[in-house]
Design a protein around this ligand. Structure first.
Ligand SMILES: [Ca+2]
Ligand SMILES: [Ca+2]
Length: 198
């Protein structure tokens, strides 16, 4: 598909343009977190019922407009570990939104493409065992959760993190950065008639 066609599709479907944000009913800005639950300072959706590989888990989260969780601090790690171990899920492992699929040994957030801000690796990890471990999961060792790199096609459970919404009616913080901005500017300059934000 030509780039222009792709961009136009994104525009019409609202991926690039903020029409939905600027004129959306309040439901779009709803603070109702269901089915996410507050754990520590964030909202999470834990699917401890259906095992899936990392890619499936990523898509599962996206169906809820969320992403596989990226743990950003020791406090978040502790809160999640406590929740999982005290809600009958101890022993299960949960996929996180971190991977070194792009560059071996450099674990990046699948959400924003940046280096993960925090890690609590289990001893000896990450080890890229058999050179096939590129996805990160929460892994219990002696009933304490750590992080481990693991084969992406292994099956675990999805740990989704609710996106931190930008201000409802303001410009998305994400739109100020990166590829989205570049493509958005391209659309605006090349197809002013399709400027669906203003
Ligand atoms: Ca690896
Ligand atoms: Ca490993």
């Amino acid at each position: 598909m030509a780039l222009v066609q792709y961009i136009l599709i994104l525009c019409f479907t609202g991926v690039l343009c903020n029409t939905a944000n600027t004129s959306a009913p309040s439901a779009d800005c709803s603070t109702d977190p269901h089915p996410f639950m507050p754990i520590g300072s964030k909202y999470y959706l834990i699917n401890a019922a259906v095992k899936m590989n990392w890619f499936e888990a990523d898509l599962f989260c996206r169906t809820f407009d969320s992403d596989l969780a990226v743990i950003e601090s020791e406090a978040e790690m502790d809160a999640l570990s406590f929740h999982v171990t005290t809600n009958g899920n101890l022993g299960k492992f949960f996929w996180l939104g971190a991977t070194d699929l792009a560059v071996e040994g450099k674990f990046m957030s699948h959400y924003n493409g940046r280096a993960i801000p925090y890690a609590k690796w289990a001893r000896g990890q990450p080890d890229d065992s058999q050179k096939r471990e590129d996805c990160v999961h929460l892994w219990p060792v002696n009933n304490i959760y750590f992080m481990n790199d693991y084969p992406c096609y292994s099956e675990g459970y999805a740990l989704c993190e609710m996106r931190q919404r930008p201000k409802c009616c303001g410009e998305s913080a994400l739109s100020k950065n990166g590829l989205k901005k570049l493509v958005d500017e391209y659309v605006r300059s090349a197809y002013p008639i399709l400027n669906c934000r203003d």
